[in-house]
Design a binder for this molecule. Structure first.
Ligand code: ADP
Ligand code: MG
Length: 376
């Protein structure tokens, strides 16, 4: 029996197609992210960084909620069932000709920073912050698409070609993978600019054009930063003739001085000096802001150890550390039906305020239940 009625297409990303669907049992609408890749076995599914990160970061008012994971072993198809959101941030600003009210932007940026702070505090960075991965429903914002995330404490260098070009910081563009969690803040800065000005800040046509677009506005980086980049760059010659740059402030004159100051602090070349999510939340821009969402739903405190190996590509250390992530999927070894009918454990009944994340999962796990097999 099918569990969901498919209604329409909701979105498409590099790795998936997202469909709007309705639960036949409850009538609730959901978003089903159908992965384009196929998966050979349960272990591969369990190792998926998107699933691991979501388990670590949930529940949180500003992280999209994963309801369940559907895996059909005979075909290798995988689908993630999420709460349904209304639209993404790009769709929100697309085609707009008049500036959005500051209060609306402030509300969304605050929530975005909350999600980033939560993620960074829990040892994960996203690596693909962009308007398409930020989902909205009425006044609420939730961060989505954890498919590129990594553990903050995992060893550099990382993969070079991650994140969408326009939102990629200089240290990503110019080094062989020597970037860190601060890259998410650069992404937030670009998003903040884009929703304020209604056009993208650095719409590079290719890698070189991307670097040039940044230089045109911010100027070439100071020598100290260039030297730092050079020491980690084997794939390209870093030798830019010094350039002044038009200045970022001049492009955002219509926003308040506080907004302007915060955007500029997010787009600092030196990632060590770039503002953190926590500092940004305490910036004067938010001094009159009332955090309604966090008042309603208290943010849970993760008791897990730092995610130094939580969600990245599988290095040796990471493979061994995966043991602390409980299996997420049950399988029905008997079924031959190729449709998504073998439903994994549901995450919906998770106890509301888990003191200890691991205990909470054990508590709701249907392992031992008929047709489900444990994968400890
Ligand atoms: P990918 O990893 O392939 O980029 P995403 O998770 O970013 O996939 O989803 C692709 C698009 O689908 C998003 O940009 C968004 O428009 C839409 N989408 C994703 N999740 C949801 C959701 N829970 N509710 C509504 N729309 C969604
Ligand atoms: Mg995406």
């Amino acid at each position: 029996m099918h569990k969901y009625r498919l209604i329409s297409k909701k979105g498409e990303g590099t790795f998936s197609e997202v469909l709007k669907a309705q639960s036949i049992k409850t009538g609730k609408f959901v978003a089903i992210k159908c992965m384009k890749n196929h998966f050979n076995n349960i272990d591969q599914v369990n190792n998926l960084r998107e699933i691991q990160a979501l388990r670590r970061l949930s529940p949180h008012p500003h992280i999209v909620k994963l309801i369940e994971v559907l895996y059909d072993e005979p075909t290798g198809r995988l689908a993630l069932v999420f709460e349904l959101m209304e639209l993404n941030m790009y769709e929100w600003i697309r085609g707009r000709r008049t500036y959005l009210p500051e209060a609306k932007i402030k509300n969304y940026i605050y929530q975005l920073l909350k999600s980033i702070d939560h993620m960074h505090t829990n040892g994960i960075f996203h690596r693909d912050i962009k308007p398409e991965n930020v989902l909205l429903i009425e006044d609420n914002l939730k961060l989505a698409d954890f498919g590129s995330c990594r553990g903050i404490y995992s060893k550099q260098p990382y993969t070079e070609y991650i994140s969408t070009r326009w939102y990629r910081p200089p240290e990503c563009l110019l080094t062989d993978g020597f970037y860190n969690y601060k890259m998410d803040i650069w992404g937030v800065g670009c998003v903040f600019f884009e929703v304020s000005e209604l056009f993208p800040l650095f719409p590079g046509k290719n890698e070189l054009d991307q670097i040039n677009k940044i230089h045109n506005i911010l100027g070439t980086p100071p020598q100290k930063i260039l030297d730092e980049f050079k020491s980690h760059a084997s794939h390209m010659e870093i030798n830019f003739p010094p350039k002044e740059g038009t200045g970022l402030e001049k492009l955002i004159l219509h926003v308040t001085p506080e907004a302007r100051d915060l955007i500029c602090k997010m787009l600092v070349y030196n990632h060590e000096e770039r503002i953190t999510a926590k500092e940004a939340l305490n910036h004067p821009y938010f001094k009159d802001f009332v955090d309604e969402a966090s008042r309603r739903i208290p943010s849970p405190v993760s008791k897990l150890p730092p995610a130094d190996t939580a969600a990245g590509e599988k290095t040796k250390e990471e493979k061994t550390s995966n043991k602390r992530f409980l299996p997420l999927i049950g399988k029905n070894p008997g079924s031959k039906n190729p449709s998504y009918t073998k439903i994994s454990m549901s995450l919906e009944n998770k106890s509301p305020a888990p003191k200890n994340y691991v205990t909470a999962i054990k508590h709701v796990s249907p392992y031992g239940q008929k047709n489900f097999k444990s994968y400890y």
